[in-house]
Ligand binder design. Structure first.
Ligand code: TRP
Ligand code: SF4
Length: 326
């Protein structure tokens, strides 16, 4: 029997190359080895995007198209929409009964986002409970393994703590999940800041050639290099950090030409552009096919969600009996 995996992503807009390298590549790889459940975390999106939900359905579609285009295969993996399975909300509520508020308040992601994200009122009950909802997602499917980025580790640790507390009160129903950390090359945005949709510094999967070119040509290089013949320092150049990922076979040459003042930054960026277009080409081709087939998309979501709900019902039944709500 293959082990079960659950992971999720919030539908907050178009996905970018950071998502491919950080999560999707890994999700695709895991499909053969595990029973994979990949979840559209729309309720999680609602915890911070509740002020403007106009694009929610569009974002869900776009994100799932990106997943499929990157190689998530509905014949192998179950794709589900969190809010369509009310058991998620139910389990979240039950787990919230035993979760001390202090655990949530000291969660580093909570403290960070409260400080960092300006212009949004995150002082809500729902946002504080974000990790409890995530614990419900994971335990609902009794996932043993959770592939996540490092930023999500505190949430997984909280899940494990909540599971242990549930166990103390109600018995051993929910398994403690393990994190599957992916060592991801940290790719910064094209402006050198953290890659983020809100900074508009990320190359999106759905970007056209012109847009990608504009973003690459605007990238910051070695600031001390003014002329193509100046000696460059690739190690402090953000274009070079992209080359490390997208131009592996040319890396030595790129470095040499930069350090020897033999190639200008514009030329160097053109090579990167070409390689990124080559990398995204097949993904974008597939994207176009799925984009046109909304009924197929809906079918996948319906089937995946129905399959997931069967499991969710079993778990909820066990949980309710254990808690004596049944
Ligand atoms: N919080 C996760 C993120 O922002 C998304 C998520 C929701 C998730 N539920 C999950 C990830 C369950 C793993 C398991 O990336
Ligand atoms: Fe960066 Fe390339 Fe310019 Fe060197 S030549 S500074 S690696 S863009």
């Amino acid at each position: 029997m293959k082990k079960r995996i659950l992971s999720g992503m919030r539908p907050t807009g178009k996905l970018h190359i950071g998502h491919i390298l950080g999560a999707l590549k890994n999700w695709v790889r895991l499909q053969d080895e595990y029973q994979c459940y990949y979840m559209v975390a729309d309720l999680h999106a609602l915890t911070s995007e509740y002020e403007d939900t106009n694009k929610m359905q569009e974002n869900i579609c776009e994100m799932v198209i990106d997943w499929l285009a990157c190689g998530i295969d509905p014949a192998k993996s179950t794709i589900l929409v969190q809010s369509r399975i009310p058991e998620h909300s139910e389990l979240h509520l039950i787990l919230s009964m035993i979760t001390p508020v202090s655990w949530l308040e000291r969660c580093p992601t909570y403290k960070e986002q409260m400080h960092e994200i300006k212009g949004k009122d995150l002082s809500t009950y729902g946002f504080l409970g974000y990790p409890v909802l995530q614990a419900a997602d994971i335990t609902m499917y009794k996932a043993e393994v959770v592939p996540i980025g490092e930023d999500q580790l505190p949430h997984l640790e909280l899940t494990r703590e909540i599971v242990r507390r549930f166990d103390q009160f109600f018995g051993n129903i929910l398994p403690e999940p393990q994190a599957l950390l992916t060592d991801v090359p940290r790719l910064l945005g094209t402006d050198g800041r953290k890659m983020s949709k809100s900074y508009n510094n990320a190359i999106c999967i759905a970007d056209g050639e012109g847009e990608i070119k504009r973003k690459i040509m605007a990238m910051v290089t070695d600031p001390q290099r003014l002329r193509p013949t100046d000696v460059g320092q690739p190690d402090i150049c953000s274009v070079f950090s992209y080359h490390k990922i997208f131009s592996p076979s040319q890396l030595a040459e790129i470095k040499e030409k930069c350090q020897g003042g033999q190639r200008g930054c514009v030329e160097c960026k053109k090579i990167l552009l070409e390689n990124i277009l080559k990398f995204l080409g097949p993904i974008q081709e597939k994207r176009k096919v799925f984009e046109k087939d909304v009924p197929y998309l809906e079918k996948i979501l319906q089937e995946g969600t129905a399959k997931a709900q069967e499991l969710a019902r079993v778990t909820m039944d066990e949980v309710k009996k254990a808690v004596r709500l049944k």
